[in-house]
Write a protein that binds this ligand. Structure first.
Ligand SMILES: Cc1ncc(COP(=O)(O)O)c(C=O)c1O
Length: 503
């Protein structure tokens, strides 16, 4: 068929507006609304389930034709905005979620306008990411020559750490040949987050390669058991890859004796990786940094900024002491991404060669704006305040005969349950499951849960810069009020917990 347009100029359609003033005015309204939304968060329920109407709206047919932006924005305000996870609220302490800041919100707007592609290139965003990674290396007391990368979060940061550890131990040929028949293993405590199993799976090691070493009463890895485990594996012809230390475990916030784990790893010639997803951030609090002493000796450390760095999702960091091992693992220079002597692309894969993403956004901007506008002292101060607030909650619980702390409570994490005398031990777990759901549904507070020593507990993991002491008093009051209401109901079996949990 003959192309009708042959010889004619093609049209000049664009997705930009005809009327920029209209975009400006909607944009101003959005900004005003969002500043109010964040400012007034305390006045709303922490969480509410999306309405039927919202669910129906969000199941609409594919929009082949567009609609005016004002209408779309109205729909957003009606069907999406009222139903957040709730983690920006002062009484959200579930899982380990941070709440971001107004500065972070604005940074997302600025970064969105620039919309940079940050695999490398000679541009401002590259300078910012280099600078931010350098700042975090300094905060973690890593050497000046260490390298790192901003990533989507703790899972990916840890995965990159373990990937470098694997290649360091097995040699660079693993990149072309795979792990083959070699039985390579890694060590961590039985309190380690699920990223470790996923990483072993993805790296071709298999989940069975993860040795979960028992912990002591404070949930710290038992060094003797770790040592024995390594010996047994070596004797059986397996190849130990690395030892993972925890700075802040997911159930109770415990931190291993990182200095002692570093000594053992050094003695065994093993890579030492630290999962500091939230705990590494206590480095910023001068009163608490001793908790993670020894972290600075790690070969790699992973941590999140969207948790205890109070930055907007998604943002994590991985740092490597030895830039050579890091580069050897991820170097990437395909022919279509040449480096040139000048121009925009002297280094188009600078960051792509430090991780697994080629196309990357300008994640560094929100970190840069947050650090430069608040300063690391102020952030460290709030981290310290969070730890003090959890100590305050611990006191409230200790003084209340109806409440019971469950497991150790380290740093910013506390597990507890409603356990008045009249509630039989065997019914306590299912009772507290129902209690947790009712507290969340009340909109007053969102704790999450943990099972420690067979006890189902409400869990507060505090990485919230908006919480005040009175919020913890209200949590206790709410737990007791709903607990008493439940006790007063007709005795019945509470629904058992559905499905395995994850953090
Ligand atoms: C100790 C620990 N490690 C790793 C992770 C995973 O981090 P992310 O959710 O950012 O992938 C978490 C998440 O809560 C965590 O608490």
């Amino acid at each position: 068929m003959k192309d009708e347009r042959h010889g004619q100029e093609p049209p000049n359609e664009t997705l930009d507006p005809d009327d920029w003033e209209q975009i400006r005015s909607i944009g101003h309204a959005m900004l005003d609304d969002m500043v109010d939304y964040v400012r007034d968060v305390r006045d709303r329920p922490v969480w509410q389930s999306p309405s039927q109407e919202a669910r129906a709206t969000m199941a609409s047919p594919l929009p082949r034709a567009g609609r005016p932006l004002r209408e779309v924005y109205d729909e957003f305000k009606r069907s999406i905005l009222p139903y957040p996870t709730g983690n920006i609220h002062p009484r959200f302490w579930g899982w380990v979620m941070g709440n971001g800041t107004p500065v972070g919100m604005l940074a997302e707007l600025l970064g969105g306008a620039m919309n940079c592609h940050v695999s490398g290139y000679d541009q401002g965003a590259t300078l910012v990411e280099r600078e931010v990674v350098g700042w975090f290396a300094e905060l973690m007391d890593f050497p000046a020559k260490s390298t790192g990368l901003l990533v989507s979060g703790g899972t990916v940061a840890n995965l990159l750490g373990i990937t470098v550890a694997r290649n360091h131990a097995l040699g660079d040929r693993v990149r072309s040949e795979g792990v083959g028949g070699r039985e390579a293993v890694l060590y961590c405590s039985d309190q380690t987050h699920g990223w470790v199993d996923r990483s072993a799976d993805l790296l071709g090691l298999g989940e069975a390669a993860v040795r979960k070493v028992p912990t002591d009463a404070h949930h710290r890895i038992q060094l003797d058991a770790l040592h024995k485990c390594i010996e047994v594996d070596r004797r059986s012809g397996r190849t130990p890859l690395c030892v993972v230390g925890n700075a802040g475990t997911v159930a109770c916030g415990a931190t291993d004796d990182l200095g002692a784990v570093a000594d053992l790893a050094a003695q065994e010639g093993l890579w030492f990786h630290v999962d500091g997803a939230f705990g590494a951030m206590v480095k910023l609090s001068p009163r608490h940094r001793h908790i993670v002493a020894g972290l600075e000796r790690a070969d790699s450390v992973a941590f999140d900024l969207h948790k205890w760095g109070y930055m907007q999702y998604e943002l994590g960091v991985i740092l490597f002491r030895d830039g050579g091992a890091h580069d050897a693992t991820f170097s990437f220079a395909p022919s279509y991404l040449n480096s040139f002597r000048g121009g925009i692309a002297p280094n188009p894969t600078e960051f792509a060669s430090k991780g697994i993403q080629l196309s990357r956004g300008f994640r560094a901007l929100k970190a840069w704006m947050q650090l430069t506008s608040y300063g690391t002292d102020a952030i460290g101060n709030i981290i310290g305040q969070n730890i003090d607030q959890v100590a305050y909650l611990r006191d409230l619980i200790a003084r209340d005969p109806e409440l019971e702390q469950v497991g150790p409570s380290e740093m910013n994490v506390l597990c507890f349950r409603y356990a008045p005398e009249e509630l039989e031990e065997r019914a306590c777990n299912d009772f507290n499951v129902e209690l947790l759901v009712r507290i969340q549904e009340s909109g007053v507070a969102v704790p999450s849960n943990a099972s420690v020593d067979g006890k189902f507990a409400l869990r507060v993991a505090h990485t919230n810069h908006r919480s005040r002491s009175e919020d913890f008093a209200l949590l206790v009051e709410t737990v007791k009020k709903i607990g008493a209401e439940m006790l007063a109901e007709e005795p019945r079996e509470w629904e058992p917990l559905v499905g395995p949990g994850s953090d």
